[in-house]
Design a protein around this ligand. Structure first.
Ligand SMILES: *[C@@H]1O[C@H](CO)[C@@H](O)[C@H](O)[C@H]1NC(C)=O
Ligand SMILES: *[C@@H]1O[C@H](CO)[C@@H](O)[C@H](O)[C@H]1NC(C)=O
Ligand SMILES: *[C@@H]1O[C@H](CO)[C@@H](O)[C@H](O)[C@H]1NC(C)=O
Ligand SMILES: *[C@@H]1O[C@H](CO)[C@@H](O)[C@H](O)[C@H]1NC(C)=O
Ligand SMILES: *[C@@H]1O[C@H](CO)[C@@H](O)[C@H](O)[C@H]1NC(C)=O
Ligand SMILES: *[C@@H]1O[C@H](CO)[C@@H](O)[C@H](O)[C@H]1NC(C)=O
Length: 492
């Protein structure tokens, strides 16, 4: 996650281009589908491995690798009971498994088997072992198309080898990038899955499909509605940082005020610092959950409201006062448990899973434009610059992104010919900017969760869940039951 992002960011870091690093890191965050781990989860599964072709689409590379997948069949009603199939994101599949409480909570009601399939190049599913990231020749097989093919081949195999599974309807479930995969899986392999739940899946966050500024606008709105002047003070803080850091004593003061592990020294340090702060606000917007949770960091319920208590100044406040408020606000995110000894501008999130892989994907197929204007959002203005982004990618991996490929292969906005996909989106989630937030057809449905942050619906249920997410989960199960019923009715 964000933490690992730094290593990559260091490679990329050039003056003025950190924005794209932040955009990359925001994307990186998206892969953390699920949620916080739930202490009371009572889950058990079998860990299995399936031999996959490294290349499903060409015939020269004939090597194989072992794809990890997890199976829980405690509640499975066989023969023919449904299979809920989690289309793994770019990370360790056990993490997603542990944290997609929704699937565990509905397994019994549906009599379903749960399968969690790891995405190639992440966790243990490395086509070239530990060498997988050593050069871009090896990375060449890290694509969403290959991952979908892995899922299809795995399911075909399960159905032909597992007693009682031959006629089991399969439903794809995923959140974030995993949600994009779930939706695309149903589009590309409708004979393999009867439907898909794509939670917080920004399938339209691609060039030319949505305004590049929407993502950061939503982040800003979250802060604007969580406290008096909260967004305005963050908007003012960038200039205050520039002013205060214009002197050596100011640099030192700011470093001490933020308890930074390494004091700010150079102009590049200041850029990194601002980018880190920006990413902090973005992360908070994604995990603005109504209850205490530990997603990227341990946080209180409605963390943005807590943050905004330190940012409620009226306009005439000195730069130093303002920045003192910002530092206290940032420490809500970095020091909620009180155990941080210093703040590290190289880290924005705990843990680090597969960050390099996601950077590679963002640098090839998953081009997601982002921009800010400082007016409709609370950030420093920064245009989307595809060329600069492409140059960074080239410097890092020796490849250049193909801006139009995702649209060409997955249809962009022209997807009405598909069916049986639920797109759920949280109103607080910045990724809803690229999500499907309206009903497209009778069977391509959109469920809005106004009080929901990043795929709240996939998380374990909680006493503090807003009514909107409870209703969303009910509706999702209703669709699942409908798809299962239709699939099990002969002659339809
Ligand atoms: C876990 O499941 C077992 C058996 O299904 C049950 O006896 C136990 O109470 C459960 N534990 C929790 C914490 O839910
Ligand atoms: C998932 O849960 C299992 C069992 O509780 C645990 O052993 C494992 O470390 C967890 N994995 C992750 C990535 O949190
Ligand atoms: C810039 O910072 C100095 C102190 O470092 C302060 O006296 C001055 O008022 C600030 N300027 C603005 C425009 O806030
Ligand atoms: C984190 O909080 C604890 C407890 O309030 C405090 O002692 C410590 O100095 C804080 N750390 C930072 C980096 O501010
Ligand atoms: C800050 O984080 C980076 C990246 O995780 C790490 O390499 C570095 O050692 C950390 N610095 C300190 C002082 O903790
Ligand atoms: C889509 O249609 C369903 C069923 O009519 C409705 O409940 C839901 O609110 C609609 N979604 C949106 C985003 O309008």
């Amino acid at each position: 996650m964000g933490a690992g992002g730094r290593a990559a960011a260091l490679c990329l870091l050039t003056l003025g281009l950190t924005f794209h690093v932040t955009a990359l890191k925001s994307q990186l965050f998206a892969r953390f589908g699920g949620s916080s781990s739930s202490g009371d989860s009572n889950i058990s599964y079998e860990t299995l491995y399936f031999v996959q072709k490294i290349d499903h689409f060409g015939f020269l590379e004939d090597g194989t690798f072992k794809q990890r997948y997890l199976v829980a069949n405690k509640h499975w009603k066989q023969p023919g009971g449904p299979i809920l199939f989690y289309t793994g994101n770019e990370g360790d599949i056990t993490w997603f498994c542990n944290n997609t409480g929704f699937m565990w909570e509905i397994a019994e009601e549906l009599g379903a088997m749960l399968v969690f399939a790891e995405h190639r190049y992440y966790g243990e599913s490395l086509p070239f072992g530990q060498e997988s990231y050593s050069d871009s020749k090896h990375l060449n097989y890290l694509t969403s198309e290959q991952a979908l093919a892995d899922f299809a081949v795995l399911i075909q195999s399960l159905k032909s080898t597992l007693a009682g599974a031959q006629h089991s309807p399969v439903i794809a479930v995923g959140g974030s990038y995993g949600g994009m995969l779930a939706a695309w899986f149903r589009m590309k392999y409708p004979h393999v899955v009867v439907g898909a739940l794509a939670a917080s899946a920004p399938i339209w966050q691609f060039p030319g499909l949505v305004p590049c500024g929407d993502f950061y606008k939503i982040v800003t709105q979250d802060f604007a509605k969580s406290g008096h002047n909260c967004d305005a003070n963050i908007r003012n803080s960038w200039k205050a940082i520039n002013n205060v850091t214009s002197t050596a004593s100011g640099l030192q003061w700011l470093s001490e005020e933020f308890s930074l592990c390494a004091p700010l020294k150079s102009p590049v340090d200041i850029i990194v610092f601002k980018s880190w702060l920006q990413e902090t606000w973005v992360n908070l917007a994604m995990v603005d959950y109504p209850y205490e949770a530990n997603f990227l960091q341990p946080l209180p319920p409605w963390p943005i409201q807590v943050v905004c208590k330190f940012l409620a100044f009226d306009s005439a406040v000195s730069d130093h006062q303002l920045l003192r408020g910002v530092s206290r606000a940032a420490k809500v995110y970095y020091n909620y448990t009180g155990s941080a000894s210093c703040l590290n501008t190289s880290q924005t999130a705990t843990g680090s899973l597969g960050f390099l892989g996601w950077f590679y994907q963002a640098c090839t197929e998953m081009v997601m434009p982002m921009c800010t204007d400082g007016v409709q959002d609370m950030f420093e203005p920064e245009q989307w610059n595809f060329q600069a982004f492409s140059d960074e990618c080239h410097a890092m991996f020796g490849v250049r992104p193909r801006a139009d490929w995702a649209g060409a292969v997955y249809g962009g906005k022209d997807i009405a010919s598909h069916s049986n996909i639920i797109f759920s989106n949280g109103g607080l989630d910045p990724w809803s900017s690229g999500g499907v937030t309206r009903n497209l057809t009778g069977t391509l449905v959109s469920i809005l969760i106004p009080d929901g942050a990043h795929h709240l619906d996939l998380r374990y249920s909680n006493a503090r869940d807003p009514a909107s997410v409870r209703a969303a989960r009910q509706l999702e199960v209703k669709h699942f039951q409908q798809w299962i019923k239709t699939a099990s009715t002969p002659g339809l």
